[in-house]
Design a protein around this ligand. Structure first.
Ligand code: CMP
Length: 139
């Protein structure tokens, strides 16, 4: 089915001028960027976005990192977009990421791993609504 998923190009990647190279990977995989904006999250906003991880030991570091510099948030659309995006990103830990994936090519560490992608249909819906209004989604 045609799905939509939320992608974030993280501060380690925007800082290294990799926005275009990463967006190209999505497009080459057949995903369409139907919404896109560059924003600088406040710590409160980053904390809210990652609330599900609030009891994890890495939460503080994650929130600080995500609010450290701008990110690019995008909605990707396509056949099986959620799974396809996860495939293109590669494993969370770049040490385990397959050849050719974004994280293999660009990620610096488990924390500075260049991209975030929704992990399931329900979270995709929530995460898209967190950043975009219906008017901003132009399929
Ligand atoms: P992301 O897909 O954005 O979702 C949560 C993020 O927490 C994850 O990518 C990682 O960048 C970050 N993170 C940092 N440390 C860990 C860890 N030990 N386990 C899982 N995620 C971690």
């Amino acid at each position: 089915a045609i799905e939509r998923t939320l992608s974030i190009i993280k501060p380690d990647a925007t800082r290294r001028n990799l926005t275009g190279k990463i967006a190209a990977k999505f497009e080459e995989a057949g995903l369409r960027i139907v919404a896109s904006k560059r924003i600088h999250l406040s710590p409160a906003q980053a904390g809210k976005f990652y609330e599900v991880h609030k009891d994890r030991p890495f939460y503080g570091e994650l929130v600080e990192f995500m609010a450290s510099e701008p990110v690019v948030v995008q909605v990707l659309e396509g056949e099986n977009a959620i799974a396809k995006n996860r495939e293109v990103m590669g494993a969370t830990n770049p040490a385990n990421a397959d050849e050719g994936t974004i994280r293999k090519e660009f990620a610096l560490s488990m924390g500075e791993n260049s991209v975030h992608g929704s992990d399931a249909a329900d979270t995709a819906k929530e995460e898209i609504a967190f950043f975009f209004s219906g008017l901003e989604l132009v399929g």
